[in-house]
Ligand binder design. Structure first.
Ligand SMILES: NC(=O)c1ccc[n+]([C@@H]2O[C@H](COP(=O)([O-])OP(=O)(O)OC[C@H]3O[C@@H](n4cnc5c(N)ncnc54)[C@H](OP(=O)(O)O)[C@@H]3O)[C@@H](O)[C@H]2O)c1
Length: 256
């Protein structure tokens, strides 16, 4: 984590999927650097509560928000909750996402395809649509979407819906950056390589992870902090002229 500076004092940050992994680390970063942090979770209340506690222990302020982002009704309900907040969101990190199930292409049902797209793409669309009007009114805001290296190469076997949704999220990022840059909103994406989180406990075999390490010049998997620190940077003054970019963070596994 970055130092103890209060870089985000007075800001409100909403981090989706903050109950574990990259989102949890990102929430702790913003929360411990002064932002009032909304820690979103889907099912893992225990993980999200631990994140809130960590932020409060660091002297910060945080609250829990929950929603299932794999259904449009769940996202819309979440959007209403965000709209009802006293303080508008200044920093949005669209991080919640998942492969949901690894499936060969011929076995992907329409339901699974649409669920994966809803979680990884539509949630970012609708949540961004919810927070942007106030950002525009105030000419102030940062959005970081969490894409994936899979968007660049099609993903490992069984991940076509996921990699396609992430590719669309990267493109959405660029379109949003064009439209909202002139209104003072900073919009980028971070594209993690293989990061050692629950995601891979669920979806990847140890041999596959070992093969990634072997193909990575930095000779290791990424950590959640490797990603959260880049997200923090993208929302900082130092990144004031970084806009509409998909920042690859993968230890050199894929160089674009
Ligand atoms: N790990 C990697 O190698 C890697 C690589 C590239 C991109 N990414 C992306 O990074 C992001 C974070 O993943 P991670 O690796 O940190 O995995 P993780 O530890 O499994 O975290 C995923 C987060 O997303 C939330 N989430 C999943 N399904 C949800 C649903 N239906 N509704 C609401 N929230 C839901 C989870 O919340 P609950 O558990 O509380 O439901 C959790 O907080 C994801 O978008 C992922 O696609 C990860």
């Amino acid at each position: 984590m970055l130092g103890a500076e209060k870089n985000f004092n007075g800001r409100t940050a909403l981090i989706t999927g903050a109950s574990s992994g990259i989102g949890a680390e990102t929430a702790v970063l913003f929360g411990s650097q002064g932002a009032h942090t909304l820690v979103h979770y889907g099912q893992n209340l225990k993980g999200a509560s631990a994140v809130v506690e960590k932020i409060r222990d660091a002297g910060g302020s945080a609250s829990l928000v929950s929603a299932d982002l794999s259904t449009v009704s769940g996202i819309k309900h979440f959007a209403e909750t965000i709209q009802a907040l006293k303080n508008p969101v200044d920093i949005l990190v669209n991080n919640a996402g998942s492969l949901i199930q690894r499936k060969p292409f011929l076995e992907i049902s329409e339901h699974l395809w649409s669920e994966v797209f809803t979680l990884n793409l539509t949630s970012a669309f609708l949540i961004s649509q919810t927070v942007l009007p106030s950002m525009v009114e105030r000419r102030l805001g940062w959005i970081v979407n969490v894409s994936s290296v899979a968007a660049r190469f099609g993903g490992d076997l069984g991940a076509i819906a996921y990699s396609s949704a992430k590719a669309a999220l990267s493109t959405t990022t660029k379109g949003l950056a064009r439209e909202f840059g002139p209104m003072g909103i900073h919009i980028n994406a971070v594209s993690p390589g293989t990061i050692d989180t629950n995601y891979h406990k669920k979806f990847s075999k140890p041999e596959a992870l070992a093969a990634v390490v072997a193909a990575t010049p930095m000779e290791r998997l990424g950590t959640s902090a490797d990603i959260s620190e880049v997200i923090g940077f993208l929302c900082s003054e130092g990144a004031r002229f970084v806009h509409g970019q998909i920042i690859e963070v993968n230890g050199g596994f894929l160089m674009v």
